[in-house]
Design a protein around this ligand. Structure first.
Ligand code: GLU
Length: 285
């Protein structure tokens, strides 16, 4: 069986050096395993996706010399696939509607902290973990997100140990057989108010539908793998192997992120950089 790898950028800005590092890790791992590489455009965010950013992905990857199998999968064209997965989870009573604003969750967790006299637990991304006592938010009118009832989901996943095989390493050096800790996340969103899926749901459905055997991605998504493994178990989907790679750090030692306006491949190219200059900058030579 030929191993299948994928590169899955979100077209919410131009690709930057962090993406170049990720792409270099994906294509290198695929070459070493004599695998195939698929491209997936994770364009589920209607407010932040722009057609020129999608075109930019193709342009920047081609310029760097990476080739993928045509056609790329565009998540925005596959909402019915995510709906089917939501229906399966809903039929098992594992989802509930949530209309809470982030500010209401923050206020409720602050109240809970005051009541308990200790910090309210946070998820690995630093957000207050749901459920927070006294806030359900499902009973009002208006658009609702769908959240996974994490307690019920973990019970439904059964007693067999849940984990994954890590070929790279996590932020604390985790490697090899890693136990999943979905409980650390609480009731995650599987369908957003503004779009009928979420990153976690779409990534799991697509990795399975595309036959992905090896997920190569940044360490910032290491902890999310716990959610992905839980969803795979609940939806009866196979578990790929995972290889999480180091993140690019800028001069401040902070993660390069589009939101911080870090240097795009396009602007480096316009400034006269060659692909080799990019690979040297990311330490991928
Ligand atoms: N679309 C995600 C990102 O650009 C990556 C998803 C993944 O590799 O699982 O951060």
């Amino acid at each position: 069986m030929t191993p299948v790898f994928r590169f899955a950028p979100s077209p919410t800005g131009r690709l930057h050096l962090g993406h170049a590092l990720s792409a270099a890790c994906v294509w290198r791992a695929a070459a070493e395993a004599r695998g195939r590489v698929l491209l997936r455009i994770e364009d589920i965010d209607p407010a932040r996706t722009k057609p020129e950013f999608v075109d930019g992905v193709f342009e920047d990857l081609a310029w760097l010399g990476f080739a993928w199998e045509e056609p790329p999968r565009r998540q925005s064209a596959h909402m019915a696939d995510y709906r089917r997965a939501l229906d399966a989870l809903e039929a098992r009573g594992l989802l509930y509607p949530c209309r809470l604003a982030r500010s209401e969750i923050a206020a409720a967790s602050a109240r809970a902290e005051a009541d308990l006299g200790r910090p309210w637990p946070r998820d690995p991304d630093g957000a207050p973990r749901l459920p927070v006592p006294g806030v359900a938010g499902g009973e009002r009118q208006g658009p609702a997100a769908l959240r996974l009832d994490m307690g019920a989901a973990i019970a439904a996943a059964g007693a067999e140990p849940l984990g994954w095989f890590e070929l790279g390493e996590g932020p604390a050096g985790e490697t090899g057989s890693v136990p999943a800790r979905p409980q650390d996340w609480g009731d995650v969103i599987l369908a957003r108010k503004d779009t009928p899926t979420s990153y976690h749901l779409a990534v799991v459905v697509d990795d399975a539908l595309q036959g992905v055997t090896h997920v190569v991605r940044g360490q910032d998504l290491f902890h999310a793998t716990s959610i992905h493994r839980l969803l795979q178990r609940l939806l009866g989907l196979p578990a790929p192997a995972y290889r999480h790679h180091r993140l690019m750090a800028d001069a401040d030692g902070l993660k390069l992120a589009k939101t911080r306006g870090s240097t795009s491949i396009a602007s480096l190219r316009a400034a006269g950089w060659t692909p080799d200059d990019v690979f040297a900058a990311i330490g991928a030579h």
